[in-house]
Write a protein that binds this ligand. Structure first.
Ligand code: ADP
Length: 259
């Protein structure tokens, strides 16, 4: 009755977190989670204090990819202690859900869950928090861009037209929300035959580079289709934790983003 309307809270960021990077995509299955986990591990190997927040409500894959699926503890019943894996502080919305149940949450519930992940998880002091977004342009992306202070977003796409078409929509969303786009990543860009060494472009090649040039944003990496990447993701030790050309590519990506 009377009084003043409560002022809208401006965008926030967990207290000890220096910067938040979002990893998005237009489509599912293009390797957004793979890139998020490997980038996190590569940054950790370079001595950064890294957090990884799996906000992919429809397919939370970080517990599997990072090899940890314990239910996080909440000793005080208010805050949540995140997990640790491969030098990364990790929390997944999947750890709060029944893994075999489909998610039919509505917008406000999704927003509540995301804000809980950001506000109630004890992230501690981090140089960077990487947020693995759901694919597409929905409520989670909106909430993250509007309610948190984001350093920027990375958009992952595969080279074929159907993926690029949707990637453009994700890019457009970040532009509309005034979230800086730090660059694009072409995943599954090429395939090197392990037997004969021949390089083929199964999904085409160069589409993401052309898109990046058109928009005037950097092409951050072109990552190959690689059996070890898939096996590593399935086994819970990201390929960036080991050695080899793909681990090197992730190390270079990490340096580019946070030199
Ligand atoms: P998204 O997060 O976009 O849905 P994921 O990261 O879950 O996609 O990747 C989907 C599947 O493709 C996973 O099994 C993953 O291991 C595999 N994958 C992703 N990137 C590559 C790659 N460059 N080479 C081989 N397999 C990959």
């Amino acid at each position: 009755i009377g009084g003043h309307p409560t002022p809208q809270a401006g965008p926030t960021k967990p207290a000890g977190v220096a910067r938040i990077l979002a990893v998005g995509s237009g489509k599912g299955g293009v390797g957004k989670s793979t890139v998020s986990s490997n980038l996190a591990v590569a940054l950790a190997r370079q001595g950064r204090r890294v957090g990884l927040l799996d906000a992919d409500i429809y397919g939370p894959s970080q517990p599997r990819m990072m090899g940890t699926s314990k239910r996080p503890a909440s000793p005080d019943g208010k805050t949540i202690i995140p997990l640790q894996a491969h030098g990364v502080t990790m929390m997944s919305i999947g750890l709060m859900m029944d893994p075999d149940k489909a998610v039919v949450w509505r917008g406000p519930m999704l927003m509540g869950a995301l804000q809980q992940m950001l506000g109630q998880v004890q992230w501690g002091e981090l140089d960077v928090l990487i947020v693995d977004l759901p694919p597409g342009t929905g409520d989670v992306q909106l909430t993250l861009c509007q309610k948190t202070v984001l350093e920027g977003a990375i958009v992952v796409s595969t080279p074929q037209d159907v993926a690029l078409l949707d990637a453009r929509k994700a890019i457009d969303m970040f532009n509309t929300l005034k979230t800086p786009i730090l660059g694009l990543i072409e995943n599954m860009s090429s395939f090197h035959c392990p037997n004969c060494g021949h390089e083929s472009h199964i999904f085409g090649h160069g589409g993401v580079a052309a898109e990046a040039e058109k928009m005037g944003v950097p092409l951050l990496a072109e990552l190959p289709i690689d059996l070890d990447t898939r096996l590593a993701g399935d086994s819970g030790t990201p390929v960036a934790a080991g050695d080899g050309p793909v681990a090197d590519a992730y190390a270079a990506l990490a340096k580019k983003l946070i030199g």
